[in-house]
Design a protein. Structure first.
Length: 168
């Protein structure tokens, strides 16, 4: 009888210690209130360089670019990644942080440059410049833009000031 009580006592102590360890060692998520339970979103990104489509490659954050912040995704891939070259960005984040939902974060994972002056290897030159549209509206947030599920994001480097007419 004393042996059973000792075993139960040890089990309770181990379970309590284990629960404490798990809750204390979760990643520092800086979670956003609207996504406290995680997110699984799919914005779409289209890039045009001088009116020509520039593909968003397959495997960004998985086999291409930088596989970072696995603690945020809970997987062996980055919290924002691509599976194919369709332009669909997969945001799978049980523990999202403010920085891991931005468009700039995706470009960090990709290992490509993106800001108000450059996209990948193309930079403003006085004639052509970088422009961004979100859901058909001009957007000036560039890398700091917080993506949402279903967003249609278009980045253009050209002389014009409007979206690709094929997408409108």
């Amino acid at each position: 009888m004393k042996g059973n009580i000792a075993i139960i006592g040890v089990a309770v102590v181990l379970l309590t210690a284990g629960a404490f360890f798990v809750t204390q060692n979760r990643p520092d998520t800086q979670a956003m209130p609207e996504t406290m339970e995680g997110l699984h979103w799919h914005p779409t990104l289209a890039i045009f360089i001088n009116d020509e489509p520039y593909p968003v490659p397959a495997g960004v954050g998985i086999t291409l670019g930088n596989n970072v912040d696995n603690d945020v995704s809970g997987m062996r891939m980055s919290p924002i990644h691509t599976h194919d070259a369709s332009g669909v960005l997969h945001m799978e984040q049980p523990y999202p942080r403010e920085d891991t939902v931005t468009l700039g974060y995706f470009f960090k994972v990709w290992g490509a440059r993106f800001d108000e002056t450059c996209v990948i290897d193309w930079c403003n030159d006085g004639t052509r410049d970088v422009k961004m549209f979100v859901n058909g509206e001009r957007n000036y947030e560039f890398g700091s833009y917080r993506m949402q599920d279903g967003d249609e994001i278009e980045i253009r480097y050209d002389e014009g000031d409007s979206m690709n007419p094929q997408l409108t």
